[in-house]
Design a protein around this ligand. Structure first.
Ligand code: NAI
Length: 477
């Protein structure tokens, strides 16, 4: 329930839109609404940029990139590059990472201001469909915003498992794991999904002994199975141990270390650990924001929305992680633009053909659209074209040949139904596939488009040609 905070004084302010949350959903909504000449206030209780900029996408990519650089420097001998006395100053690395975050969050504040959007720090609660209470941290004062519209962009938080609660010391979530003072000697990662695999891999590169405990029979469930195999091979090369079909049952402290009991196929096993990262999914932040009082309906914890991101209460919108899967920053930003346009009475709807997804593992997995099995299940007869990076000049010159590009094509019309890439730089390559699918491209369209040489993008062109049996740099079968 939603109790009014006792306050010394109350200010009343009138605006057209209140956005609750300033992550990649909320701050983009604020900017776009400002551009559309709306009087808008964005309220954030933590820091501008949300999880993504502060404790998620950006800091993780900074550390992942540093780990990659370190690995490359340590293994440059094939190229004749021998780096003697290579060391990592982890405190400096963390300082640099914090600087990257500060630069971006500062940029968000500036952008909001430049677009005429007010930014307020504090906790926002709906008191009615048109009233939002703001309580600033440490303040006895409240502001009541009387507003025409509300955009809920409150994000999601890590799921906690009861027998392994977060304590910010031994058992941490992704936020804690990205802030380690030094790489833990032994890191146990519970959950080998997006977060677990990305963070586990980076610490393995910095020398941690990493063990994954994953309940399902595969790592990265939901990703293209062939792509996952490439990542699993590299994980093994990096010395990471992966226990599949395994569940953490509990943990005890013993002689200055933690010992996890893990239920596995071979019975219970004990795993010692210095740090435990629990990354078993995230759940929407839909509680304690006054949704019940405003009459906003939820389904399975998510705020239920239509294609304009409108909730069951017509003047209230919801975007990003709180409004449903997939929990991806770029999906939140797109939904933010749709909601802002709808509020400004412009025609807009969330109608993306493909929302690309990237897992920043080693190598990266990037996909857009359906995998072959999904396409077949949805009634298509498919042809699949695959092009290995080991046959690509640029990948060989990069000394980065693990992986491939794969195009799933409708066998009748030739339309591209999905593209899956595993390999270095996959995340930067996938946008071509998303654009192609948005525009209804056929594999022939992509195959006939001139791609610059020597670049990794040629892999997509060749895979599109391979789907038609016409690849140039591999033998077609
Ligand atoms: P996830 O859903 O990707 O993976 C969670 C994993 O934990 C699954 O493999 C699941 O089988 C396993 N699991 C669940 N309960 C378990 C248990 N008791 N014991 C062992 N394993 C268990 O969730 P994750 O990694 O926490 O990430 C949450 C979301 O954040 C992702 O779904 C994604 O949408 C987003 N994200 C996106 C990133 C990106 O775009 N690169 C990076 C990180 C997160």
């Amino acid at each position: 329930m939603n109790a009014r905070t006792p306050s010394v004084s109350t200010d009343i302010a009138r605006v057209e839109v209140v956005v609750i949350g300033a992550g990649p959903g909320g701050y983009v909504a604020g900017i776009r609404l400002g551009q559309l000449q709306k009087k808008v206030v964005v309220i954030e209780k933590a820091a501008p940029g949300g999880v993504c900029l502060n404790v998620g996408c950006i800091p993780s990519k900074a550390l992942i990139n540093a780990a990659k650089l370190y690995e490359k420097a340590a293994h440059g001998a094939d190229m004749g590059i021998r780096a003697g006395g290579l060391t990592v100053d982890f405190a400096q690395l963390q300082k640099w990472k914090d600087g990257v975050v500060a630069k971006l969050t500062g940029g968000v504040r500036q952008l909001l201001r430049a677009n005429g959007c007010e930014y307020r720090q504090g906790t926002a609660t709906l008191l009615s469909p048109r009233t939002v209470q703001l309580v600033e941290a440490g303040s006895q004062k409240e502001v009541l915003f009387e507003t025409e519209h509300v955009v809920i962009a409150t994000g999601a938080r890590p799921v906690q498992i009861p027998n392994l609660p977060f304590d910010d010391q031994r058992v941490v979530d992704s936020t804690g794991a990205l802030a380690f003072a030094e790489p833990p000697k032994r890191l146990v990662v519970v959950g080998a999904g997006y977060i677990g695999m990305e963070i586990g891999t980076l610490y393995a590169k910095f020398g941690s002994q990493v063990t994954f405990v994953e309940a399902l029979p595969t790592i990265l469930p939901g990703s293209d199975a062939e792509c996952v195999q490439v990542v699993a091979r590299k994980a093994k090369k990096l010395g990471m141990e992966i226990l599949l079909g395994a569940k953490a049952k509990g943990m005890v402290e013993k002689g200055g270390e933690a010992v996890l009991t893990v239920e596995s196929k071979d019975g219970d096993v004990q795993i010692p650990a210095d740090k435990v990262l629990v990354a078993v999914g995230r759940r929407p932040n839909s509680e304690n924001i006054g949704l019940e009082i405003a009459g906003v309906k939820t389904a399975g914890g998510f705020v239920a929305v239509d294609r304009q991101m409108r909730t069951s209460v017509p003047n209230i919108f919801a975007i990003g992680d709180v409004a449903g899967q997939p929990m991806l920053a770029h999906k939140a930003s797109k939904e933010a633009e749709v909601a802002a346009e709808a509020i400004a009475d412009r025609p807009a709807a969330m109608d993306a053909v493909a929302i690309p997804a990237v897992v920043f593992t080693d190598p990266e997995i990037a996909s857009a659209g359906l995998c072959a099995e999904e396409a077949e299940k949805s009634g298509h007869e498919v042809k699949v074209g695959k092009f290995p990076l080991s046959a690509l000049g640029r990948a060989i010159a990069n000394l980065d040949t693990d992986g491939f590009a794969k195009v799933v094509m409708d066998a009748d019309g030739g339309q591209v139904l999905g593209v899956h890439i595993v390999g270095g730089g996959a995340g930067d390559l996938i946008s071509e596939a998303a654009l192609g699918m948005e525009m209804g491209a056929s594999a022939a369209d992509i195959g006939m488009t001139v791609h610059p040489h020597p670049t990794l993008s040629e892999a997509i062109m060749e895979a599109a040609k391979a789907a038609q049996g016409e690849a140039i740099h591999i033998v077609n079968r």
